[in-house]
Design a protein around this ligand. Structure first.
Ligand SMILES: NC(=O)c1ccc[n+]([C@@H]2O[C@H](COP(=O)([O-])OP(=O)(O)OC[C@H]3O[C@@H](n4cnc5c(N)ncnc54)[C@H](OP(=O)(O)O)[C@@H]3O)[C@@H](O)[C@H]2O)c1
Length: 306
């Protein structure tokens, strides 16, 4: 057989085998998910940032699967509305605890109320966060402190408060909602990027620290998701090849990751590859960013505020 033909045959066989393996892995994955439809039933799940966006969607998805919920955020009226909807969707019990995650006493109160009401927490989802954009020399020190405190330290301290009970029971699941920005940072988002890279480090360290304790740790990296956070950059992103996920998609993938005890998921494959490239070849990644990022994304991000 001539050489080019043999090469083509080999390539086709390899592609076919890879595709077959991918289909098989998807089927096995779905089978594992279907094998335990009651996985979340009666589990106690504490969600921070549950008043809107991804946290709200997580609450509804968990309610529909019969989970008991502890909902935390600052806006009590919104939390009460989410709680009512959760009850109507099937949550057996929902506790609302208005909480500013940047204040340690509020986190202590949240932990106390959750344990007092439910006796334990099975799953903690550290989701609360916001993004304030802007050039580093323009944003001011308070904006830097607040961004890191809310997006990173709040979740770390809450985990610290809930861990003793999980360790005593030898079970639990900590879920950290970071971002692709925790693997691939955009300009004009230094504090946000630092908070999300910080969460990746926190997650990885904790996962290794808790090995063998019965407590699982999962990192979720949403990419662009249709919430208030991206209201300033939505139109620019729409013109790019990057996708915008719905909150329901993020919630669904997060629940699957918890049930399958996945270590880390990133929702958009293009951004996942960008993250790998940034780690392996940072200068090439900088060049790719300059060439490929649609005009206006970074500038729009600079105008972002809470
Ligand atoms: N949307 C995206 O494109 C995207 C992409 C990647 C990662 N993420 C991450 O996903 C998570 C959820 O974001 P989202 O897009 O759903 O944003 P969102 O719709 O703005 O919701 C943010 C949530 O965090 C809460 N929150 C903000 N500051 C808080 C504080 N100091 N204390 C307690 N709760 C606070 C808000 O509630 P209150 O205002 O009532 O306190 C709200 O419930 C964030 O960690 C974000 O970084 C989002």
């Amino acid at each position: 057989m001539p050489q080019p033909r043999r090469g083509l045959n080999l390539l086709l066989s390899a592609t076919g085998a890879a595709f077959g393996a991918w289909i098989a892995s998807r089927l096995i994955r779905q089978r594992r998910l279907d094998s335990d439809p009651l996985y979340f039933a009666d589990k106690v799940v504490l969600i921070t940032g549950a008043s809107k966006g991804i946290g709200e969607a997580l609450a509804y998805a968990l309610a529909a699967r019969g989970a008991c919920l502890v909902l935390a955020a600052r806006s009590e009226d919104k939390l009460q509305a989410v709680a009512a909807e959760c009850r109507s969707r099937g949550a057996p019990d929902v506790l609302v605890v208005p909480t500013d995650i940047s204040e340690e006493p509020a986190l202590q109160n949240l932990t106390h109320r959750a344990l007092e009401h439910f006796a334990h927490v099975d799953i903690l989802i550290n989701n609360a966060g916001y993004q304030r954009g802007g050039a580093l020399d323009q944003v001011g020190s308070e904006a830097v402190y607040q961004q890191i405190t809310v997006n990173l330290i709040g979740g770390m301290l809450l985990t610290q408060l809930l861990l003793p009970d999980m360790l005593a029971r030898g079970s639990g699941h900590i879920v950290n909602i970071s971002s692709i920005i925790g693997r691939y940072a955009f300009p004009y988002a230094t504090s946000y990027g630092a908070s999300k890279f910080g969460m990746v480090g926190f997650n990885e360290s904790l996962r290794r620290e808790l090995y063998g304790t019965g407590i699982n740790v999962t990192l979720i990296n949403p990419t662009f998701t249709e919430t208030d956070i991206m209201s300033d950059i939505k139109e620019v992103v729409r013109k790019s090849i990057l996708r915008i996920d719905s909150v329901e998609t993020v919630a669904q993938r997060t629940l699957e990751a918890i049930q399958l005890n996945e270590v880390e998921i990133t929702l958009d494959p293009i951004m996942q590859v960008s993250g790998w490239l940034s780690a392996i070849a940072p200068r090439l990644s900088d060049l790719a960013f300059r060439v490929l990022t649609p005009p206006g994304v970074a500038e729009a991000a600079a105008g972002q505020h809470e």
